[in-house]
Design a protein around this ligand. Structure first.
Ligand code: KE4
Length: 429
């Protein structure tokens, strides 16, 4: 496949945009080479600036769960745009999507919309601190909750991909209030809590992690966190920016039957437009301005175009819950095919999967936390695999620390092509 025009566009972009991208993980720095510039996309396929068709396993890092240019979303946005694009005033559609989200997601009464997952998680932590009157937060090494200062401590995704899990610019004053725990290690969390008695406002977690590859919570881990929070007056925040409206209509709370105090959303909830949100019971959400003292705001929060895209997406998922099973079946089929290929070619590997989130780690060691994910990634095998797949028209997340996201527009023929490409790629690993 030729990528001449993408490379030329990348050279131009780098003159006026830092690193040529508006988000670091797009830059291919981890895997090497120049990033692909996309021209348009439809269904399961990307069409790049050199005319190549690629099967997409990123789907904009999660939002495009029904495939690109999903007609009901496109129609809703076009229709809305004709009536004005932003008002800075309340609109009925914000109430409509809020009512639907509250209906679909367990344990929430109210929701506040913002413009990104970062904003959602940042606001959720401020709300937890304001509601409990405590300062410290517990996050997990390898989890990524966006680029707000409090989270860039041993963060996953792009932060670890570029070796800056603790970003410069985050002050020691901020960092001291972020306590770092090990994913899937309840004893470690209990120890941190007992060493910081009555100081911890919240535990924030990706309940199914997606930013160190896909990592599943061990049996009892999430409920164990719930119990520790109940025993210590700590709020449990599920960062469902990735998992929300993807793993099930009600997200991980529904899938695993564990109750969070605050839930954050992004990606799917916006149907591909900039939307984040955070939600909780009324008692907690009533602390938020203008009802309560915890301030949070945004010029474009609840933007009508973004709400139209999100509402069209959620309405479809609410009316067609079979999509989640279809996605899970397709991902299980891909998992089985990849495993057969790696075993046949004697490739050391571990595949983690929950619903339509899947990741391949080139290590025999189970990947259960940041350390084991990093050990697998350091070998560089993924980078060879990535480029071989790309040369065969399969577009994976350009980092070993990311999860692949499937969309329901993928056909079983697309999956077979992907498995066949992995068979070819495996011969060079
Ligand atoms: P955004 O601010 O990028 O919308 O969301 C931050 C965020 C919060 N929580 C979780 C669990 C997330 O996965 C994310 C963002 N995910 C990355 C991909 N791993 C976004 C891609 C990027 O940074 O460009």
């Amino acid at each position: 496949m030729i990528y001449k025009r993408s490379s030329a566009l990348f050279a131009e972009a780098q003159k006026v945009i830092p690193g040529g991208v508006n988000s670091p993980v797009r830059a291919f720095k981890a895997v090497g080479g120049d990033p692909i510039f996309v021209k348009n996309a439809n269904g399961a396929y990307l069409y790049d600036e050199d005319g190549n068709q690629l099967i997409d396993y990123i789907n904009s890092w999660g939002p495009m769960i029904l495939g690109h240019a999903f007609q009901p979303v496109v129609d809703a946005v076009i229709d809305k745009a004709r009536k004005g694009t932003s008002f800075g005033m309340p609109t009925e559609i914000e109430t409509k999507i809020a009512e639907l989200a509250v209906k679909m997601v367990p344990n929430i009464d109210m929701i506040r919309f913002v413009n990104s997952g970062t904003e959602a998680c940042m606001s959720a932590v401020r709300l937890a601190r304001g509601y409990t009157g405590k300062d410290k937060i517990i996050k997990f090494a390898g989890c990524y909750h966006g680029h707000s200062d409090s989270f860039l401590i041993q963060a996953g995704s792009g932060a670890v991909t570029f070796g800056s899990p603790n970003s410069p610019g985050v002050t020691s004053g901020t960092a001291k209030d972020t306590l770092l725990a090990t994913y899937n290690d309840l004893n470690n969390v209990a120890e941190i809590i007992s060493n910081n008695e009555n100081k911890v406002a919240c535990i924030i977690i990706e309940p199914v992690a997606g930013n160190m590859g896909c990592i599943t919570p061990k049996d009892g881990f999430l409920q164990g966190l719930r119990d520790l929070c109940d025993a210590n007056n700590i709020l449990l925040i599920f960062d469902e920016v990735m998992t929300g409206f993807r793993l099930s209509a009600g997200g991980v709370q529904e899938l695993y039957g564990v109750r969070a105090d605050i839930v954050t959303f992004g990606k799917v909830i916006g149907g591909g437009l900039p939307v984040g949100a955070f939600a909780a019971k009324k008692e907690i959400m009533s602390s938020l301005a203008p009802l309560g003292p915890v301030y949070q705001a945004g010029t474009l929060s609840g933007n009508p175009l973004a709400m139209a895209a999100g509402l069209a997406m959620l309405e479809y998922l609410d009316k067609n819950p079979q999509v989640f099973e279809s996605l899970s079946d397709k991902t299980a089929y891909l998992h089985k095919g990849l495993k057969e290929v790696f075993v046949a070619n004697k490739v050391a590997h571990t595949i983690n999967r929950v619903g339509s989130m899947i990741s391949v780690h080139f290590s025999e060691t189970p990947v259960i936390d940041f350390k084991t994910a990093a050990n697998a990634a350091e070998k560089g095998t993924f980078n060879t695999f990535f480029h071989s797949m790309l040369s065969q028209g399969i577009y994976l997340a350009p980092s070993a620390y990311e999860t692949w996201f499937l969309c329901d527009a993928l056909s079983y023929e697309d999956l077979d092509k992907t498995i066949a490409a992995a068979a070819v790629a495996s011969k060079n690993l």
